[in-house]
Design a protein around this ligand. Structure first.
Ligand code: CMX
Length: 435
């Protein structure tokens, strides 16, 4: 058994006993109540699942196993002379609750490299898709195709003891994460570069190699990818992609079926697709105004026009956060260090000043501040990754780290199939004594 698997098994076995005892002693205690507004309003804020890899505080933002993003930037191992954390380290942390050593992260980089070969049938499946198929649709389908080799599905078919589910779930997760950069790069090169593909570089780390296979060699862009793939990895369990992963996985679907489902949730414009919508909206503004250096008055008017057309301002607002997203701030700091004179970055910063004032003045928007998606596109555009319909795939590759770690924990803890209760409108009216 490898060191990560061993550590994960030890930690999760201990938590499994704790959970069992909590259930036995406190199973009847109430932790929450559901209001009618929550019932109709997308279950907002209802405490209804256990998820340990990360937790989201409305004011402070995301913490991964207790560590916020500035702390992770300090503590997680990097490449020699690197400034950004390696996503491998975050995966280790989410799986074990411990900050890994450099040697542990180097091992994980090598392990994912070993597992990274993608079967030809996955590329053939992608090649069969119609030109113009959205990259997220391609990504979701490719993940399903990878599922042909699911060890969990095979072991289940053979008849596996339920106490051992965690083992093939770990193996599948490691295999899938290892292969995703190759699959995602294939989609990018197939869609935008006439099927001219780039072979992996065995000297590079997981994120660096992904950037290389996309076609980028700029050192700073490789650093950006390490940061990007770290900060998008997880956002507690209730968000649409993580929750989908948990829900689908709770039926004992394997990691590929579950993650493909998660990606279909991420592909919605109110969730991960907002990163493409932000840059599309900014490009349209630049085009309409005829300048990439619009005045603040012009920007303010454009925001009002968008709202008057009954549309949302992409990249702003959040179901949980009530402050600027620390993931936005981390990207802003990156831009300040590397590319502060970029005109699109300047627009993003002007929007950061103006959008919250406008949204705040409407009254109904609970969080007028930027989320993670408000900044990412401007950084990618700067380095030449301008094909914005691809952006959510980058988000998805990163999200695999958090939600796969989460699913490994689900199986290790033996969590049951998810099955909340729905009610009919008639039931509700009856309950509320409405005729
Ligand atoms: N622009 C315009 N209106 C907005 C808004 C925005 N950015 N954010 C919220 N509102 C509106 C809502 O549409 C809602 O209007 P109605 O009452 O007319 O339906 C009202 O304000 C209240 O919504 P809320 O409680 O503040 O926000 P929700 O929890 O319902 O929704 C979110 C959260 C993210 C879907 C919403 O803020 C939004 O649509 N933002 C723009 C899309 C976006 O950036 N999504 C990415 C989120 C991060 C991610 O998952 O990647």
């Amino acid at each position: 058994m490898d060191a990560l698997k061993e550590k994960f098994y030890q930690k999760s076995s201990a938590v499994k006993v704790e959970i069992k005892n909590i259930l036995k002693e406190h199973g009847d205690k109430k932790v929450d109540e559901v209001t009618v507004a929550q019932l109709i309003g997308g279950m907002r804020g209802v405490k209804s699942m256990v998820y340990d890899t990360s937790a989201l505080d409305p004011e402070e933002g995301i913490r991964f196993r207790g560590y916020n993003i500035p702390q992770l930037k300090e503590l997680l191992p990097r490449i020699p002379d690197g400034r950004e954390p390696l996503p491998e380290g975050l995966f280790w942390l989410m799986m074990t609750g411990e900050i890994p050593t450099q040697a542990e992260v180097d091992w994980l980089t090598a392990e994912w490299r070993k597992r990274s070969e993608v079967p030809q049938h996955v590329f053939d499946t992608l090649d069969a898709l119609a030109p113009g198929t959205h990259p997220m649709t391609q990504f979701s389908i490719a993940i399903l195709a990878l599922g042909h080799d699911s060890i969990f599905a095979k072991r289940y078919e053979e008849g596996i003891n339920k106490n051992d589910y965690w083992d093939p779930m770990y193996e599948d997760s490691m295999n899938m994460i290892a292969k995703l950069p190759r699959v995602a790069a294939y989609i990018y090169r197939r869609t935008f570069f006439d099927n001219h593909h780039i072979a992996p570089d065995p000297e590079l780390d997981w994120a660096g190699n992904f950037a290389h296979m996309l076609g980028f060699e700029n050192r700073d862009f490789l650093s950006l990818m390490r940061l990007y793939l770290t900060i998008h990895a997880d956002h507690e369990g209730g968000n649409a992609s993580a929750h989908t992963m948990h829900l689908v996985g709770s039926t004992l679907s394997d990691v590929y079926l579950s993650f493909s489902g998660a990606m279909n949730a991420l592909a919605g414009p109110l969730h991960g697709l907002a990163n493409q919508e932000v840059i599309k909206w900014i490009f349209e503004m630049v085009e309409e105004l005829g300048t990439d250096r619009p005045s603040k008055d012009q920007i303010r008017q454009y925001i009002h026009d968008t709202l008057n057309e009954g549309k949302v301002i992409p990249g702003y607002g959040h179901a949980v956060l009530r402050q600027p997203d620390p993931r936005f701030i981390a990207q802003m700091k990156f831009a300040e260090t590397y590319i502060k004179d970029d005109p699109i970055v300047q627009i993003v910063w002007d929007l950061f000043e103006i959008v919250p004032q406008v949204l705040g003045s409407i009254g109904k928007v609970k969080n007028p501040w930027p989320n993670v998606d408000a900044h990412s596109g401007s950084l990618l555009v700067h380095y030449g990754l301008k094909e914005y319909t691809y952006y959510t795939v980058l988000f998805g590759v990163s999200r695999a780290l958090g939600v796969s770690a989460g699913l490994c924990w689900d199986r290790a803890l033996g969590l049951p199939i998810e099955r909340p209760k729905s009610i009919t409108t008639d039931w509700l009216k009856n309950f509320l004594s409405i005729n």
